[in-house]
Design a protein around this ligand. Structure first.
Ligand SMILES: Nc1ncnc2c1ncn2[C@@H]1O[C@H](COP(=O)(O)OP(=O)(O)OP(=O)(O)O)[C@@H](O)[C@H]1O
Ligand SMILES: [Mg+2]
Length: 372
């Protein structure tokens, strides 16, 4: 069953251009100029019921805008979405009972009162009966370890305690779909881990679907087998997290332990030297030639040990994010048409691609030299 079906979803914000100075302010009053911010551009994907999907992208990539459209808070400029069988902009109360939205930087808890007051308010809003409320809240309090904070006003809670109480407030109506937009924002490592464990447990217990954005890769690697990567409003990657390196990084890293006398320039003949601190070094080589180059290294140089790894996931993602900004255009410029894609797109930006291929070319040359 499909929980989220998005087809060519697009959002262009219209923002007033403010010129500096008094003259600019007066001109803006009588002849305002606008520009379009292309926040989301023809994004298409599907999420199956019960899946946990990481939604990644740098600041301003369009993640929150997409989530706001999927929850019916924003109207799209173009495209369509079906969320748990509803059109998010027409679903009304029945739709709102099926999902929850947690924004790490916004709170719904009432500041001066204990968290339970907000929970009770949500009980009434969602029409939850007493026995069900007690059962759910007992389960959430136990899972999140909230026993000690129940009586305190929210303003006295730590950031981590507050986020746990926010989650409890958001899950009272047992939603089947969770939009979690940076739920671990600003939390220490222990609190991050508690929230992660909780999300996993909740999803497993209730078969809930989760779309999770986070700037902490640990959240994503711990929870989401599949990721969507968005940059400048466009989907760059939709696929398994473990295949990300394969798809976006055509290189492997050889971690070497060197014997005496091997210098960085000796290694540079075989690939790109990423780190060198004798006796340890890291060499980047074309993915397909990793085994062959490792064997050559062992026979040509005093190399004691070689292990082959994918580049760190953070780096693969950082490289995928690199590229010129296409964030906004003046309104006079023809706007990009939404281009719905039904296949999972896999691409990297031109700059990142150039970068990778330069290192590949170096290694190709080295391969020829080493093979001589
Ligand atoms: N209400 C708004 N009016 C005009 N532009 C907006 C508005 N909200 C967001 N934007 C712009 O749309 C783009 C996408 O913003 P969005 O908040 O969706 O990014 P994000 O991926 O959630 O980023 P972050 O990781 O910083 O939370 C940005 O360029 C942002 O400045
Ligand atoms: Mg955001």
């Amino acid at each position: 069953m499909v929980a989220i079906h998005v087809d060519g979803l697009t959002k262009h914000y219209r923002v007033k251009v403010r010129e500096p100075g008094l003259g600019g302010a007066v001109r803006a009053l009588f002849r305002p100029r606008y520009r379009a911010v292309r926040a989301v551009e023809g994004v298409s994907f599907r999420v199956a019921a019960g899946e946990i999907v990481g939604f990644l992208g740098p600041n301003g990539a369009g993640k929150t805008t997409t989530i706001k459209m999927l929850t019916g808070l924003l109207y799209p400029t173009a495209g369509r979405a079906q969320v748990v069988g509803f059109d998010p902009w027409k679903g009304g109360a029945s739709f709102k009972h099926r999902f929850t939205l947690v924004l790490g930087n916004k709170q719904q808890l009432i500041w001066d009162l204990p968290p339970e007051e907000t929970w009770l308010l949500n009980r009434v809003i969602y029409g939850i009966g007493w026995p069900e409320y007690r059962r759910t809240i007992d389960e959430l309090v136990a899972l999140l370890g909230l026993e000690d904070v129940l009586g305190k006003p929210v303003r006295q809670l730590s950031q981590g305690e507050r986020m746990k109480c926010e989650l409890a407030a958001s899950l009272l109506h047992r939603p089947e779909l969770l939009f979690l937009d940076e739920p671990t924002l600003g939390l220490d490592l222990t609190a991050q881990e508690t929230i992660r464990a909780f999300i996993r447990e909740y999803s497993q217990r209730h078969g809930a679907t989760v779309l999770l954005t986070s700037h902490y890769m640990a959240d994503v690697t711990a929870l989401a087998p599949r990721v969507l990567i968005i940059n400048h409003g466009q989907l760059l990657y939709d696929g398994e997290l473990r295949r990300l390196s394969e798809q976006l990084a055509p290189v492997k890293r050889l971690e070497l332990v060197l014997g005496d006398g091997v210098a960085a320039h000796d290694l540079a003949r075989f690939g790109q030297v990423r780190e060198f601190s004798h006796p340890r070094a890291v060499l980047e080589v074309p993915r397909k030639q990793a085994a062959r180059i490792s064997a050559r290294l062992l026979t040509s140089l005093a190399v004691l040990d070689v292990s082959i790894h994918d580049p760190p996931i953070e780096e693969v993602i950082r490289r995928a994010f690199a590229g010129a900004s296409v964030e906004s255009t003046p309104e006079s410029t023809p706007e990009h048409a939404a281009t719905p894609t039904h296949q999972a797109p896999v691409s990297i930006t031109a700059e990142a691609e150039r970068d990778w291929w330069a290192s590949l070319a170096a290694a190709e040359r080295a391969e020829t030299v080493a093979g001589d």
